[in-house]
Design a protein around this ligand. Structure first.
Ligand SMILES: Nc1ncnc2c1ncn2[C@@H]1O[C@H](COP(=O)(O)OP(=O)(O)OP(=O)(O)O)[C@@H](O)[C@H]1O
Ligand SMILES: [Mg+2]
Length: 239
């Protein structure tokens, strides 16, 4: 952790899936200790690409990524995981044919010796996972699957959790429960960087937010303030 308490600094990164087209065109953000930070923006803005870049799944052509004071720009995803980053992707984030217990177990790849203790922690935190530990992940409800995906992300004992649209496709009730789980994790000291389509609800529980448009920072600020900003509401939040 740097002295200022900055967990993550993304500085002017440029990157994409081919050298022909850069999706991220100089994107920057930061996450401070204790924060929930939310990225919103239109479909195709590059939000998922940004999280993938942070997680080490994309080759950058410029810019830098600093995690807890360490430049991790040249580290791959495993290296970044070892330094405390955990990424829960937008899609295909659990192994459907495997049981809940197996999903948790394989997610403890950094510290296999602590896998059982960590899984027990997850069962205590999310009792439905204990009740369903022998069920295939594909048999869980959408909301339960997203909680399982998050629990899998916690098995590496991260110092920063990256969540890509954790409430995608969930009912309003399940989305609320997911946000409650995010708040609870953050209250226990875990900084969280998430992308969300439920932008108003997400910004309201966030310390700060960023608006990403066409791979560039468009606006940033205090979460609830962004959620109630008339221009932001008109442009990005449906009025
Ligand atoms: N694997 C990929 N290969 C090539 N191009 C991709 C790939 N994934 C995304 N893209 C392109 O990158 C751009 C940004 O996509 P991205 O998924 O980051 O957007 P997003 O903001 O997360 O959108 P959404 O709100 O729909 O999730 C889009 O033009 C998309 O077509
Ligand atoms: Mg996306």
């Amino acid at each position: 952790m740097s002295e200022a308490g900055t967990v993550l600094t993304v500085d002017a990164i440029v990157g994409g899936y081919s050298t022909a087209e850069q999706i991220l065109k100089g994107t920057s953000l930061r996450v401070e200790r204790g924060e929930i930070v939310t990225i919103i923006g239109p479909n195709g803005a590059g939000k998922s690409t940004l999280l993938k870049a942070v997680a080490g799944l994309l080759t950058l052509s410029a810019g830098s990524i600093t995690l807890n004071g360490r430049d991790v720009s040249r580290e791959n995803a495993l290296g970044r995981a070892r330094h405390g980053m955990s990424f829960v992707p937008q899609e295909r984030n659990v192994f459907g044919p495997l049981t809940v217990a197996e999903n948790l177990s394989i997610s403890a790849f950094l510290h296999p010796a602590r896998a059982k203790r960590k899984a027990d922690e997850m069962y205590a935190r999310y009792p439905f996972l204990a009740a369903r530990r022998r069920s295939q992940a594909r048999t869980l409800s959408g909301g339960q699957r997203q909680i399982l995906a998050m629990a899998m992300g916690l098995m590496t004992e991260p110092s920063l959790l990256l969540l890509d649209e954790p409430t995608a496709g969930l009912s309003p009730k399940a989305a609320d429960e997911l946000f409650e789980a995010v708040i609870a994790l953050n209250a226990d000291g875990l900084p969280i960087l998430m992308v969300e389509q439920h932008a108003v609800e997400a910004l309201e529980i966030s310390t700060r937010g960023y608006v990403l448009v066409a791979g560039r920072n468009s606006a940033e600020g205090n979460g609830p303030a962004l959620a109630s900003d008339p221009d932001i509401r008109r442009l990005f939040l449906g009025g």
